[in-house]
Design a protein around this ligand. Structure first.
Ligand code: GTP
Ligand code: MG
Length: 418
């Protein structure tokens, strides 16, 4: 028996106003990436959209745009359409297309001046009006992405009041904190600014990916694929809506919108299934059932141990999980067991869930922990900010003093130009 609160399609009636009785809504998003990291991840979302169309016959990404002050970075993308409405160069006159060199306030000014270009790119895309939400993406440590994303978030929110705006922020590797004081300075400012305007801030820590596999240190493309992976099933989940699947809980746009609030973390776990089913293991056999349950719990355990950022699930006010597996591998007992597991580690959270039967593939569990009341890494970056500010001001003062000294020494030397 459930001893806690579950929300599934059958049990709740929330959802966006478009929702008809009994209809399941897909979550379609418009993705906007800013700066190098943001643009590359937006490119990866464009690839995910193509995959969803090809393999599952659904549209989940209505459009994907890249915004940058660096023209070279825009050229290097592969899946985002290559015209100027999709790859948007901002601040061209100020930076000559060479980036802002980590100066976040310069990027924020540029974003304010050129926000219309981004709005035009969003507005003029063919499928924009089908989209349910925005997902903006940037790293916190660079200049362009971290400086422009809070401004773009605020402009988009004011312009499209009925669509939630989620922001995915990538936190820096630990070694970047040591080598560059701008890393902490930019990150703290970006986190504070974005959290005050976005509907939810999805946090991803680069360091987590190299902890899992050190060879990923120089493989940003692979890290980006891992960052995007958990979104695939969540976005595609409504696909099987026409299938008669008694007792199934389908996850839809309403569930996602109700879950994503404030600081948010995602996780993803996978358990490979036997491709050959042995004739002597009958599905009704209790041992076969318990193997399925173990596989499900193993995938859930992986999703929780490999969350996109280290956090304490007990701090979550809302959570969501999606079990995705071939229909024959799924049973409600497993769905309930996963719910019990999650409730155990996140006792304060209101849990929404869904199961997503597919024709084939592995058993996967996607987890979202949201409305986190505490995130240690964010607190750490905020706490280190005053030191970094002092260091930055000291460096600037030393630079000014040096310049002044040179200028004073040059007094009395005639110049050959006016
Ligand atoms: N996961 C991931 N992180 C990246 C990627 N590219 C850069 N980063 C991280 O992003 C931070 C640097 O930010 P960038 O996105 O390169 O900077 P930017 O927004 O282009 O800003 P400027 O170049 O300073 O104008 C560092 O923490 C990098 O480790 C990427 O493709 N994937
Ligand atoms: Mg850049």
């Amino acid at each position: 028996m459930f001893h806690f609160l579950y929300y599934g399609l059958v049990e709740h009636s929330h959802g966006t106003p478009k929702q008809q009785k009994g209809e399941v809504l897909l979550m379609k998003i418009t993705v906007v990436g800013a700066g190098q990291c943001g643009s590359r991840i937006a490119d990866e979302f464009a690839r995910l959209g193509m995959k969803a169309r090809r393999h599952r016959g659904v549209e989940v990404i209505t459009n994907s745009l890249a915004v940058n002050t660096d023209a070279g970075d825009l050229t290097g993308l592969s899946c985002i359409k290559s015209d100027w409405r999709h790859r948007i160069l901002i601040g061209g006159r100020k930076t000559n297309g060479h980036g802002v060199g980590k100066i976040n306030d310069m990027a924020a000014d540029i974003a304010r001046d050129d926000a219309d270009k981004v709005i035009d790119g969003i507005r003029t895309s063919k499928r924009f009006y089908e989209s349910d939400a925005f997902l903006l993406v940037a790293s916190t440590a660079g200049g362009t992405g971290s400086g422009s994303i809070p401004v773009l978030c605020s402009v988009i929110k004011q312009r499209y009041v009925d669509k939630p705006v989620y922001v995915l922020l990538v936190l820096p590797f630990e070694h970047e904190e040591q080598t560059e004081h701008r890393t902490i300075y930019n990150s703290a400012m970006c986190l504070k600014s974005v959290s005050s305007v976005a509907d939810a801030v999805i946090l991803v820590d680069n360091q987590r990916y190299i902890k899992k596999d050190a060879s990923l240190r120089n493989n940003m493309t692979k890290i980006n694929q891992l960052i995007v992976e958990p979104f695939y099933d969540i976005l595609c989940a409504g696909e099987e809506k026409k299938k008669k699947n008694i007792g199934a809980r389908l996850l839809d746009a309403g569930d996602i919108a109700q879950t994503l609030v404030g600081w948010t973390i995602i996780g993803y776990g996978k358990s490979e299934l036997h491709t050959i089913s042995l004739p002597f293991i009958r599905k009704r056999d209790f041992r076969a059932k318990s193997t399925e349950t173990n596989k499900g719990l193993q995938a859930m355990d992986q999703a929780i141990s490999e969350l996109s950022l280290q956090c304490n699930p007990r701090d979550a006010g809302r959570a969501l999980y999606l079990l995705s597996a071939p229909e024959k591998e799924m049973n409600m007992n497993l769905v309930k067991e996963l719910g019990d597991y999650l409730k155990n580690i996140a006792p304060e959270a209101v849990i929404r869930y869904g199961d997503y039967p597919r024709k084939e593939g592995a058993l996967t569990v996607s987890v979202v922990l949201s409305e986190l009341k505490n995130v240690d890494k964010v607190k750490y970056l905020y706490n280190r900010f005053p030191d970094m500010l002092e260091k930055k001001e000291k460096t600037e003062r030393a630079l000014m003093a040096g310049k002044k000294e040179l200028e004073t020494a040059s007094i009395g030397i005639p110049s050959l130009v006016e």
